[in-house]
Ligand binder design. Structure first.
Ligand code: FES
Ligand code: FES
Length: 147
């Protein structure tokens, strides 16, 4: 059991050494710490670790499945990741969207990522990366992959 005062972000990074989840503002404003908790995107800086006990937490470390996830590949290929600090949160926000809405419009992609800040890319490459991953994710689903 983790210290009751620790956030999920602190436990992931400090206790579990899952440093892919990034430490940003700690105020719920930047999205760098986003993870998926029982299917919902949450900001791990605003969730106590004890609240996640026994629940399903997906971090960026959990996405690759023998090979990079289509979102990871698309971000790398299309320049959606530059310094990379925002990338784990962006990718998890995109995954949460695509899990609910497999064929989102461009506006839905923008809206879903609106809580995630990026200082490097100007966002267009990020939106393009998400759009580019949609087809491969659909193929993976049809072949029975759940991620
Ligand atoms: Fe959690 Fe910024 S570190 S939203
Ligand atoms: Fe640098 Fe987004 S790639 S903050």
């Amino acid at each position: 059991m983790f210290a009751p005062y620790k956030t999920l972000l602190e436990v992931l990074r400090e206790d579990l050494n899952h440093t892919g989840t990034k430490h940003g503002c700690e105020l719920g404003e930047c999205g760098a710490c986003a993870v998926i908790l029982d299917g919902d995107l949450v900001l791990s800086c605003l969730v106590l670790a004890v609240e996640s006990d026994g629940r399903d937490v997906i971090t960026i470390e959990g996405l690759a499945d023998g090979e990079l996830h289509p979102l990871q590949k698309a971000f790398a290929k299309l320049g959606g990741s530059q310094c990379g600090y925002c990338t784990p949160g962006m990718i998890l926000a995109a995954k949460a969207l695509l899990d609910r809405t497999p064929n989102p419009t461009h506006d839905q992609i923008r809206e879903a990522l609106s809580g995630n800040l990026c200082r490097c890319t100007g966002y267009l490459q990020i939106f393009d990366s998400v759009a580019a991953a949609i087809e491969e994710i659909g193929e993976r689903r049809r072949s029975g992959k759940t991620k």
